[in-house]
Design a protein around this ligand. Sequence first.
Ligand code: GDP
Length: 633
Amino acid sequence: MANTYQGSGTRRGGRGGGRRGKPGGRTGAARTVALRRNAPVERQPVTMPSVMSVAELAESLQTTGIEIIKELMKLGIMANLNQQVDYETANKVAVSLGWETNEQVAEVVQQATADFESRKAEAETDPNARPRPPVVTIMGHVDHGKTKLLDAIRSANVAEGEAGGITQHIGAYQIETQGRKVTFLDTPGHEAFTAMRARGAQATDIAVLVVAADDGVMPTTREAIAHIRSANVPLIVAINKIDRPTANPDRVKQQLAEQSVVPEEWGGDVPMVEVSALEKLGLDDLLEVILLVADVNELKANPHKPATGVVIEAKVDRNRGPVATVLVQSGTLNLRDVVVAGSTSGRIKAMFDDHSKRVRRAEPSYPVEILGLLEVPQAGDTFQVFDDEKVARTLVDQRQLQRRADALVGDRPVKLTELYNQVQAGSTAELRVILKADVQGSLGAIQNALLKLNEDTDQSVQLAIQFAGTGGISESDVSLASATRSLIIGFNVRPDAAAKRAADTAGIDIRFYNIIYNLLDEVKAAMTGLLAPVFQEVTDGYAEVRDTFKLPNGDMVAGLYVLDGKISRNVRARVLRSGTVLHEGGVKSLRRFKDDVREVAAGYECGLGLDAFNDLLVGDQLEFFHREEVART
Ligand code: GDP
């Protein structure tokens, strides 16, 4: 893996060679190394996260904040020590100070992530894949009996050999029915489900929606349906509490049908089972349907490889240290394995099942508590086993940097279109607004109308007006927006030049309207998650495959000639053969000669590897493109 930024780090470093030795330009640390080695300073390339503060950048470049601020000024950026700079900017500063920057680690991460994805995809085609138990999540409205149902199923179906053992709550359990196993995640409710999805993990194979027969479809029932549908997870409805005299299962089915959850018996595709968790009625029927749905979906995994999976729960135990319950999704997890889970790692010291029994191995769909992680991962983090402890460490270091960077980015003010993603991910959000209008009359009217939007109970976003006033949008409005992470709405007013500049620097979204109806409409759309960002595709360039090679690891690299425009590593590519699109995906590697490069312009040759596509042929054309968010009108 080459580690230079287009080689320019080296070149600049070379040109600035005099600088390297210049006293004062470097801190003591670098000089000490030089003295000790009695040789020219050979600095390690620096690794940088996607966002860092000026102070952090100074630290990693072993210089003062002032020096960095000066360099930023040369780039036209006015910054203070706490200001965040992105990777591109930090990289420019680093290079101009004679550093080589290192993206090597980022590539390790990419590789690991790609591995994880491909392992998931492999399950379907892997000849060694074997049927595995389904993983079931129970969802539904509060008090409809989720907990009771989980307890009833568990106590009635203790796996053979576990009878009489103490059951432990570890976040998931496995039962046996008809000689087959079923895994239940026992944190009911869709918060956990959504949290996992938001982290990119999909632990659930089958969702059981509990609806109380005497209460019917409730707001959380509707929410759960939306989550299950959007995750594309097979759904089974358990109509609970049928022992109650007021139970009316048909009314429940009718209500569900109105939500497009149509019972199989009415010609729909959703199996519905009537149960009583209290009286333990219908539980076997429910389990049978779960097994049927599992069979239809042919759930499989290959147990004969290093494990990957997801963290279900994690905590620090006063006596045992970090403890995580993990669910193996493919492969087999063994005692002494080195695992990376989210941004922590460790060697497994001990494993326990949901009866506190020590186990040495965990196969697919088997939930186990593991001991040995250095820190507590987060629920929904994926985990994977590594052969090499060093690679695991590097990955963890990089993830920690990334997580910190993400946290900082999370502090950014909200953009109206970003609300969409939050709402889609199921998290409830607050939309903070600073409202400026030309006259008091319209200000009052808009303020009232905006606050009315909150009364609509179906909304996942609540609006909070941080400040409302008349007059143009000023720099102080922008700094307030920055501090409160607000959006600025201007009605018949505009920002002055200073405010505009400040807003651009701080990334504050300013929306302008001159018709109240449009203003309300758009805010409402954003609040209900309908204001999706609009993207348009921009073509970067075209290239032709002139040659192909196979790398020792089986990946294919193609020799390309860039016909038009330019191609770069961080865009997407389409493979065109005789005018039809064969594949669309990311670029894995882009090289000129032996160096990794970011861009290659028309008229040049380069080597290219694609993510997850190894069937390029000589003569194929590649179209490179990216998507840009378009400002709404
Ligand atoms: P959750 O909030 O969905 O987890 O609901 P719980 O499992 O805590 O149950 C809420 C209440 O309903 C408790 O008082 C349970 O005893 C009761 N309950 C649960 N299932 C049944 C049932 O099948 N029949 C009756 N009559 N009561 C039930």
